[in-house]
Design a protein around this ligand. Structure first.
Ligand code: NAD
Ligand code: IPM
Ligand code: MN
Length: 370
């Protein structure tokens, strides 16, 4: 039996609460005996800053590099609002993404049948929705230099962020989009703003070139990112895979989250390139949501995004497709039974807490595999 080494980084706010529910799921899979998961745990974000003045320690980075996959909860919160920019909680997550070269961020948005009325959009707009936002994660304005605030000497300041993309960065994310589309409905929509940004002009050109180079069986469409945001809300089912840059992908995936009813539902996978020798990819799995300071500590967070992120880990890092399907089915049938955390409970529906939702999903794993 293969043993997989996981590094758990629960982080701040609701991170440790939702990670606690993944631990139950890990315990269930370990007891089942078809695969074994060995876990280590470390600090990231505000709690790491409190412990050693950095948003992630070098030791934790080494452990992340040596793991088969990282499971990440969430970071940040008002407690760390005043800390220096370079060591703010979010810097820990950005370092993990950059140093592990996790350039491909898969953010699926699926409408579970039982939740078709939980979205603020009409049922027919989102019923049956299954789209994938592929966000470029290691480039663009998040990492471009210079990135600074300078004093102009006249009481004014000047802030600069730099959007940079090179051909290879666009090419590899475009190819990842075409590969993913081949396993789905065969359509890619590339979003940029070539009408105002040079990086958008290059993005459009390189995506078209990659398409012409061997992916003509996949349908490619180009859309300006602002119009894309509008279309995502107007008729999201027109999309299959959306490929876009780091910042547009950040914003569009939060929009997509609300199509599914709640940020608490959206998982993600951040993947590196396969190692040429072993074929293994570095990978980190995290919910799209943040540390939710408004509900942290109340036991009210929805753990589904975190648990579904582990399902993506089973699928993409370990090829445990049967286990991933089983876990996703357990989530779906738990929802079918009417169990809801408060973020997805409709008017008049009663809500359960984080731990009860985790327990219900584990009970469903039992029931489905009996
Ligand atoms: P957020 O995602 O933390 O919360 C937005 C809203 O969604 C809140 O009302 C929250 O209660 C709700 N929500 C989020 N996750 C939920 C869940 N699992 N169950 C139920 N409700 C949920 O975004 P924010 O408030 O803009 O940011 C708070 C902090 O989190 C900031 O410091 C931000 O930088 C950080 N953040 C971290 C990550 C990450 O660690 N990956 C992602 C986004 C934001
Ligand atoms: C996300 C988050 C992060 C981002 C923050 C916390 C750095 O919003 O993962 O969507 O902007 O990428
Ligand atoms: Mn975000």
């Amino acid at each position: 039996m293969t043993t997989y080494k996981l590094l758990l980084l629960p982080g701040d706010g609701i991170g440790p609460e939702t990670m606690g529910e993944v631990k139950k799921v890990l315990g269930w899979f370990n007891a089942r005996g078809t695969a074994s998961f060995e876990t280590e745990e470390d600090l990231v974000g505000g709690c790491a800053y409190d412990a050693h003045g950095k948003a992630i320690s070098d030791e934790a980075m080494d452990r992340a590099m040596a793991s088969d996959a990282v499971l990440f909860g969430a970071v940040g919160g008002p407690k760390w609002d005043g800390v220096p920019y370079d060591v703010r909680p979010e810097a820990g997550l950005l370092r993990l993404r950059k140093d592990m070269e996790l350039f491909a961020n898969l953010r699926p948005a699926i409408c579970y049948p039982a939740l078709a009325d939980a979205s603020s959009l009409k049922r027919d707009v989102i019923e049956g929705l299954d789209i994938l936002i592929l966000r470029e994660l290691t480039g663009g304005v998040y990492f471009g230099e210079p990135k600074e605030i300078t004093e102009l000497g006249n009481g004014q300041k000047r802030a600069v962020d730099t959007q940079v993309y090179e051909t290879y960065e666009i090419d590899r994310i475009a190819r990842a989009a075409f590969e993913l589309a081949r396993t789905r409905r065969g359509k890619v929509t590339s979003m940029e703003k070539r009408n105002v940004m040079k990086s958008g002009v290059l993005w459009n050109e390189v995506v078209s070139q990659a398409h012409a180079d061997g992916y003509q069986d996949v349908e490619l469409e180009h859309m300006l990112a602002d119009a894309g945001g509008m279309q995502l809300v107007r008729w999201p089912k027109q999309f299959d895979v959306i490929v876009t840059d780091n910042l547009f992908g950040d914003m569009l995936s939060d929009v997509a989250a609300m199509l599914t009813g709640s940020l608490g539902m959206l998982p993600s996978a951040s993947l590196g390139a396969p190692d040429p020798e072993t074929g293994k990819r570095k990978a980190l799995y995290e919910p799209v949501h943040g540390s939710a300071p408004d509900i942290a500590g109340k036991g009210a967070a929805n753990p589904i995004a975190m648990i579904a992120s582990f399902a993506m880990c089973l699928r993409y890092s370990f090829g445990l497709v049967e286990e991933a399907d089983l876990l996703e089915k357990a989530i779906s049938s738990t929802l079918d039974k009417g169990l809801r955390t408060s973020d997805i409970a409709g008017k008049g529906e009663s809500a359960i807490g984080t731990s009860a939702m985790g327990d219900a999903i584990v009970a469903e794993l039992d029931a489905l595999s009996a």
